[in-house]
Design a protein around this ligand. Structure first.
Ligand code: GLY
Length: 357
């Protein structure tokens, strides 16, 4: 069993990582919430049929009455309409403030389940059981929960820390390979910004089999890196912004292609390569860094270029919620494993865009 502790005073929690953990989740949750009578499991139409009944059994063994709320899978469902249906489900199940919401799934499920937990009855206990690599290494840790509006992603949300995160790396075996690689892009990001040794470990992986075999350790490393950042900057006003490496241009790519061509990790991968290519050209980054990132992404079939003009990026970035007033904060690398924040006037953003005209 690997345990990463997130120290946030009264909001502290553990991230537990172990193969077969899903079957043990009932006992672990019971120990955390001894007075709870009911659990609502929020999941989607991909993950629910695979794993909800295993979790249900584990919880019922502990005397919990379980309601499974399943929504149609897809980022486009992470909206007010689905959230409203989830609230109705929680109310119909009669959950009280001593009960809990458990998110069983990927990033969409964790984000929306977390927001439901943060707001239903003004907040009830929340447990994350991520089933995708992306959710395991990023979205399930750190308490960011949200839904999308028509005008942008994650525009309504909260910081709401879970009581625990249970990660069973065996669940990654059923993840479609595109989404395994999607999560790997975020893992590569951690190596780029904070951990040269992690980056080298990823360079040594030969294939997806190696990745799945080493998943426990890789997830532990990423969660520990994120935990240390969240402990220092829970509310994302400083160091936590380093986690946005590749995201400004990556979001622009996702958005320009209407979120249906590139997955989040694919956008981030392209964003990391593009911004690093530019920061190398500006003399801010060690030469050859962008090529290293590119080679690693390509080994796992992740895209590294995109047919977009500088003006497409400008248009999309202008709408990015990270743009505060006339400036935005970019994340750049000195070299692999070392990153820094660069506050940039929006008018100077063109310097960081590919194929500057
Ligand atoms: N996904 C970036 C963060 O949690 O801050």
């Amino acid at each position: 069993m690997r345990i990463v502790h997130v120290e946030l005073g009264q909001k502290s929690y553990n991230i537990e990582i172990e193969r077969g953990l899903l079957e043990q989740a009932g006992q672990k949750i019971r120990a955390l919430l001894p007075r709870a009578e009911k659990a609502a499991v929020i999941t989607d139409s991909n993950v629910g049929p695979l794993y909800a009944s295993i979790l249900r059994q584990a919880l019922e063994k502990e005397g919990l009455s379980v309601t499974v709320l399943t929504f149609q899978a897809g980022e486009e469902r992470k909206n007010l309409v689905t959230l409203g249906t989830l609230y109705d489900g929680l109310a119909a199940a009669g959950l009280t403030r001593s009960d809990m919401v458990i998110a069983l799934g990927g990033g969409v499920t964790g984000d929306m389940g977390g927001l439901a937990a943060a707001t239903f009855l003004r907040g009830i206990a929340f447990i994350q059981i991520p089933t995708s690599l992306l959710a395991a290494v990023d979205s399930s840790v750190g308490g960011k929960v949200a839904i999308d509006l028509k005008s942008g992603k994650n525009l309504v949300g909260a910081f709401y820390q879970p009581k625990a995160v249970f990660i069973d790396p065996d669940l990654l075996k059923t993840l479609p390979v595109r989404y395994l690689h999607d999560g790997l892009a975020e893992v590569i990001k951690y190596g780029c910004i904070l951990d040269r040794e992690l980056f080298s470990q990823l360079e040594r992986l030969r294939d997806d089999r190696d990745l799945l075999e080493q998943a426990d350790g890789i997830i532990e490393t990423c969660c520990a890196l994120k935990a240390r950042i969240v402990e220092k900057d829970e509310f994302d006003t400083g160091e936590r912004m380093l986690l946005n490496f590749g995201h400004t241009l990556g979001h622009a790519v996702e958005k320009t292609f209407h979120f249906d061509t590139f997955s989040h990790g694919e956008g981030v991968g392209i964003g990391m390569v593009l911004i690093t290519g530019r920061s190398e050209a500006l003399g801010l980054t060690e030469p050859g860094t962008a090529d290293k990132i590119k080679a690693l992404l390509q080994k796992f079939l992740l895209p590294v270029t995109v047919a977009m003009k500088p003006e497409d990026f400008l248009k999309a970035v202008a709408l990015d919620k990270k743009k505060r007033g006339s400036s935005l904060t970019l994340v750049l690398l000195k070299t692999i494993g070392e990153s820094f924040l660069q506050k940039t006037e929006f008018s100077g953003l063109e310097d960081y865009l590919p194929e500057k005209t």
